[in-house]
Design a protein around this ligand. Structure first.
Ligand code: ADP
Length: 459
């Protein structure tokens, strides 16, 4: 990108902390805020390949003095930039909206319900048509001395028990607007294809407790996929294969998907056990087809889950089928040209059970270990999975993270889900089942309590 095309005020983009994301806030250096004449909570426009509004607030205390702007995954998607890129920053004005139309940004999601709750979920939050936004639940951010309207935005009640991603279909007036008490909000029930659909899916914000792993993968996978020319210029071959190892449920699949989304790469998922056991020759054919499609759609990431099931040590298997598949996989890996811009990621929880030939240079020669999360990691993961939930203030996520020693991400996600189900059980008597819908007043009172988590922990 040529320098002169960008506005003069530029900052390098870093990721937002997961607990703090999804709210349309941008954290930037105080020097930049002063230079632009910005107060806490003022609206700015982030200029990447696309423009999107945000509210500016000060940096995390650890970031004081750093020349970076922290944006969450949806903001990066909305501005069409990645972490590490530079984004232009302009002071902007947001007008009160007369009307805003939302629609689900996710397939297979039908929404019914209270546009009013939605209104509160996005109150004060600046948006522009085409943005993807996430509904928020009760927030647990250190909020310092924020102005009241911003505090209101942070405290916005949830729309549903789960975080939901919506596309802003249109606004009146056009441009940057925010929703206030007089705004008419319409919620279309069905999915509307957003331009950058892929990135409405998981991003780095949706992974807790693995910050350093994300940094490693960004260098290993995201950089070469996004800037192949740099690697070409340096005469360095980007890695072809990265092996993720760690116990089940630690987020390996989710991470591969997030890297693909953040790199704007196509994602191909191969379930190891599933591809096995088809008729003679079928599995190899399937592998060849996927590698071919990935090459055509590049940049691409091929993710092979449970790779040990398709490529166990050859000495240990008697079956001809396994041998043929391992041989096919090796051929396909060796045949990948750096120019093709395809990276294969594979996950296993038994790296020692893997055919050694796969781990030779030029194949899966990079390894990343993902372990069971520690207490701060569990806290971060709980924050992510309760992000869209209306939590009662007495719910103490710190305490929950202390009590959940040994839980992996999948267990913590299940815990949050169970607690939400407990909450739903409590309001069941108020729901007229014949009616089939939940009255908005009831939905609005729905909240997840400390006791719901206690009950969920007992299961
Ligand atoms: P793996 O591939 O390691 O078996 P997955 O990525 O399939 O694990 O994780 C299953 C689910 O568990 C995810 O969809 C997510 O809800 C949750 N999860 C696992 N790890 C994490 C994490 N580090 N942060 C947030 N959620 C996680």
């Amino acid at each position: 990108m040529a320098d002169e095309e960008l506005p003069p005020n530029r900052l390098q983009v870093a990721t937002m902390r997961p607990d703090d994301s999804g709210r349309g806030l941008a954290r930037l250096p105080r020097t930049m805020m002063t230079a632009l004449g910005l107060g806490e909570g003022d609206v700015i426009e982030l200029v990447g390949k696309r423009s999107t509004p945000a509210r500016a607030i000060g940096p995390y205390s650890d970031d004081e003095g750093l020349d970076i702007i922290r944006l969450d995954g949806l903001q990066r998607a909305n501005a069409e930039i990645g972490a590490g890129d530079f984004v232009g920053i302009r002071k902007a004005e947001s007008k009160p909206a007369q009307r805003v139309v939302f629609a689900p940004a996710q397939k297979n999601l039908r929404l019914q319900g209270s546009a009013n709750a939605l209104k509160r979920s996005f109150g004060m939050r600046p948006v522009t048509a085409g943005d993807i936004v996430a509904t928020t639940g009760q927030q647990q951010v250190p909020r310092g001395d924020l102005p009241p309207e911003l505090r209101q935005m942070l405290n916005a009640p949830a729309y549903a028990l789960q975080e939901i991603r919506l596309t802003v279909v249109s606004t009146m007036p056009k441009g940057i607007v925010h929703i206030d008490a007089d705004t008419e909000v319409e919620l279309r029930p069905e999915y509307t294809e957003a331009k950058e659909m892929r990135r409405a899916d998981v991003t780095y914000d949706d992974l807790g407790g693995i910050g350093t792993t994300i940094d490693q993968l960004r260098e290993m996978v995201e950089l070469p996929l996004r800037y192949p020319e740099i690697f070409e210029r340096l005469g360095v071959d980007p890695p072809k294969g990265v092996l993720l190892h760690g116990p089940p449920g630690t987020g390996k699949t989710r991470l591969a998907r997030a890297v693909a989304n953040e790199s704007d790469a196509e994602f191909f998922h191969i379930a190891g056990p599933e591809i096995m056991g088809s008729a003679y020759g079928e599995s190899e054919k399937r592998l060849r087809e996927i590698f071919e499609q990935a090459g055509e759609a590049s940049p691409s990431i091929i993710f092979i889950d449970e790779i040990d099931s398709i490529a166990p040590k050859r000495g240990q298997v008697s079956g001809e089928a396994e041998k043929r598949i391992v041989a096919q996989l090796l051929t396909l890996l060796d045949g990948l040209e750096p120019r093709q811009n395809v990276i294969v990621m594979a996950a296993t929880n038994r790296p020692e059970a893997l055919d050694e030939a796969l781990r030779r240079p030029g194949r899966f020669d990079r390894e990343i270990v993902i372990g069971v999360p520690d207490e701060p990691g569990r806290r971060e993961i709980l924050g992510i999975h309760t992000r869209g939930m209306p939590l009662k203030p007495e719910v103490d996520l710190d305490e929950l993270s202390r009590k959940t020693f040994g839980f992996v991400g999948a267990d913590l996600a299940a815990l949050a889900r169970e607690a939400a189900i407990e909450a739903v059980r409590r309001i069941m008597p108020k729901i007229n089942l014949e009616d089939g819908t939940i009255p908005p007043e009831v939905l609005d009172t729905l909240s997840v309590t400390r006791n719901d988590f206690e009950e969920a922990l007992k299961r």
